[in-house]
Write a protein that binds this ligand. Structure first.
Ligand code: MG
Length: 169
């Protein structure tokens, strides 16, 4: 059985992962407006990944005999206008998600739920990858500056990203 405190944290994190999908869905539309189809594709893959992250936790709560409680999803706010500004927000958001996973692990530690700790380990590793991927795009965007041709080359690169359903846990 899932500890009540742990269950609450998982339900909040399901919400945060769905919010992430919502935020990236919003960003995807901004890139569509800019006609940067590679960025649109990158965001689309990101949306699918976030949904998979949410479902991984959703299924885990059920597997542990817990109760899934779906909370209201906040309205996303895309802060920037340029690809660089938008990706700065993506990195900030992923760092926030990492801090959330660390918090969940702290709670798992506190309630001595080793199974949850082991499950969350996957998410921790995933966050290292997320921050690294986003940091890579961000570094390239900083190099590009105002160079439109270079931006279109990056757009072409990002068009190649494909969604691979993760095996979570
Ligand atoms: Mg996520």
């Amino acid at each position: 059985m899932l500890n009540e405190k742990m269950e609450k944290e998982f339900n909040e994190q399901i919400n945060k992962e769905l919010f992430s999908a919502y935020l990236y869905l919003d960003m995807k539309s901004r890139f569509a407006e800019m006609n940067l189809q590679g960025f649109v594709n990158w965001m689309d893959v990101q949306v699918q990944e976030e949904k998979a992250h949410a479902m991984g936790m959703y299924n885990y709560v059920l597997e542990r005999g817990g109760k899934v409680e779906l909370l209201a999803i906040d309205k996303p706010e895309v802060e920037g206008k340029t690809p660089l500004e938008i990706f700065e927000q993506v990195l900030k958001h992923e760092e926030f998600v990492t801090s959330r996973i660390n918090h969940l692990m702290d709670v798992a530690d506190e309630v001595r739920d080793r199974a949850a700790l082991s499950f969350l380990d996957w998410y921790l590793k995933e966050q290292v990858e997320e921050e690294s991927n986003v940091g890579g795009v961000l570094a390239t965007l900083r190099l590009i500056g105002e160079d439109k041709k270079a931006l279109l080359m990056l757009d072409k690169d990002l068009a190649a990203r494909t969604f691979v359903a993760p095996v979570i846990g």
